[in-house]
Design a protein around this ligand. Structure first.
Ligand SMILES: *Cc1c(COP(=O)(O)O)cnc(C)c1O
Length: 225
């Protein structure tokens, strides 16, 4: 494919997604491994939120694209990357321990910033995955709201990545129930309004189960290498 064709392909994909998404659901373009040029094509077609898994990769794109979009961290955040992450990201979707929350708090406070965060739920209780187990969500949420440099804004979950999207439904439903429960707790200082779940193979199911934000990579940019 020629470059212009591949950029056109991306713009067309994004326009097709807009036709499909309910207006209340936010689209995050999951941009890992994509060039700034490809990310720009998605932005031209209306993408407003870029999701990044790696701080280094995000920095390269951020230096070119800047603050015309908002930047969402969706990967596993290493301790030595937190300072940079707090500088460039508008939200961190993957907080799953009090240690990580406290370090983000420390770095945010040093910058005079309040960092919106989502709590990542390991809804499938898969040992190899990041995220807190469902029964630990309330405890971590109650700790996070004590930290003035963080704004607890909702939940994120991955769910099974491959296979039948229906297989993800129970995990999305469980995460939705946790989200509703957290909202009802009315934790002081929290603003529980984002439920981030669903990727290319599962976003339709995630929306049916109440996602307010989906994270799409392949559906926008095509298969990764
Ligand atoms: C890569 C990635 C996505 C998007 O995955 P696709 O299947 O390509 O849509 C969503 N969320 C996270 C956390 C990711 O790492």
């Amino acid at each position: 494919m020629m470059m212009t064709d591949s950029l056109d392909y991306i713009r067309q994909n994004v326009r097709a997604i807009w036709q499909e998404l309910p207006p209340s659901v936010e689209l995050v373009a999951a941009a890992k491994q994509q060039t700034p040029e490809k990310i720009m094509a998605a932005i031209e077609a209306g993408v407003k939120i870029i999701g990044e898994n790696y701080v280094q990769e995000a920095l390269a794109a951020y230096q070119i694209i800047g603050q015309r979009v908002s930047w969402s961290f969706i990967g596993h955040l290493q301790k030595n990357k937190i300072k940079k992450a707090v500088e460039i990201f508008d939200i961190i979707e993957t907080v799953d321990s009090i240690e990580l929350a406290e370090e983000i708090n420390r770095r945010a406070a040093a910058r005079g910033k309040v960092m919106p965060v989502l709590l990542e739920v390991n809804s499938g209780r898969e040992p190899q995955k990041f995220g807190v187990f469902p029964e630990k969500v309330e405890e971590l949420a109650r700790s996070i709201v004590q930290l003035p440099g963080l704004k607890l804004s909702g939940l994120m979950t991955m769910g099974p990545a491959e296979g039948d999207p229906e297989a993800a439904r129970p995990y999305f439903r469980l995460t939705r129930q946790l989200f509703d429960y957290l909202q009802k707790l009315n934790l002081p200082g929290a603003n529980i309004h984002i439920l981030s779940m669903g990727m290319t193979n599962s976003y339709r199911v995630a929306i049916e189960e109440g996602a307010t934000r989906v994270r799409l990579g392949t559906r926008i940019f095509g298969p990764r290498q």
